[in-house]
Design a protein around this ligand. Structure first.
Ligand SMILES: [Cu+2]
Ligand SMILES: [Zn+2]
Length: 183
C-alpha cells in the first residue's frame, strides 16, 4: 500500500510515464529512515496470574533465528523455566490457554533429551532476590514469521525450573507469567 501511495504522490508532481513514476517511488522509499517498529521485531508483554505487569520480551529476527531480550520485574526469586508456547493466548490464572510448547517439528521435550528439543525450549532463567532480571537469549530453532502465524505463540515463565528432559514440559510446575508474541 505504501508503495502505491508514493506512486500516486509522485505521479502528481512528475506527470511522467508510469515506468518513471515507479522508479522514483522506489527511490523515495529507499531514502526513508527505518520505521520505529521494524518488520523484524515483535514484543511479548508479560502478565502474572493475577494480571500484573511483570516485564517484556523484545524479539528480533536475526539470520540464525530469533534474539530475545528478556526484561522481567516483580517475579519470585529463583530458577524458572522459560519457553515459547504454541498458542498466542494468555488467560489467567493458569495460562493453560497458551497450550503446550511450540513444537512444529514434533520432537520430544528437553534441551538434554536425545529425542528433543522442542523449538520453544530455552534455558532456565535465574531471577535474583530483587525480582528483576535482564538477559538476552538466542533461539536458533525458530523464526519470527512462524511465531507470528495465525494461531500465534506466547512466552511462558514457570514457577519451577525445567529439568531439560521430562517430556512434555520439563516438570516445571505451574505457569507464573505469560505474554503473547505480537507486533
Ligand atoms: Cu512452558
Ligand atoms: Zn518443551
Amino acid at each position: 500500500m505504501t508503495r502505491t501511495q508514493f506512486c500516486f504522490a509522485s505521479a502528481l508532481v512528475c506527470s511522467a510515464s508510469a515506468l518513471v513514476c515507479s522508479a522514483s517511488a522506489l527511490a523515495v522509499m529507499i531514502a526513508l529512515p527505518a520505521p520505529a517498529q521494524a518488520d523484524d521485531t515483535a514484543t511479548a508483554a508479560l502478565k502474572s496470574a493475577d494480571g500484573k505487569d511483570v516485564g517484556t520480551v523484545m524479539l528480533t529476527a536475526v539470520p540464525t533465528g530469533v534474539l530475545l531480550d528478556v526484561n522481567v520485574t516483580n517475579l519470585p526469586a529463583g530458577t524458572h523455566a522459560f519457553h515459547i508456547h504454541e498458542t498466542g493466548l494468555c488467560e489467567g490464572p493458569d495460562f493453560k490457554s497458551a497450550g503446550g510448547h511450540y513444537n512444529p517439528e514434533e520432537d520430544k521435550h528437553g534441551l538434554m533429551n536425545p529425542a528433543g528439543p522442542h523449538a520453544g525450549d530455552m534455558p532456565n532463567i535465574h531471577v535474583p532476590a530483587n525480582g528483576q532480571l535482564r538477559i538476552e537469549v538466542l533461539n536458533q530453532m525458530v523464526n519470527l514469521d512462524s511465531l507470528l502465524d495465525e494461531e500465534g505463540t506466547a512466552i511462558v515463565i514457570h514457577e519451577g525450573p525445567d529439568d531439560y528432559k521430562s517430556d512434555p514440559a520439563g516438570d516445571a510446575g505451574p505457569r507464573l507469567a505469560c505474554g503473547v508474541i505480537a507486533k
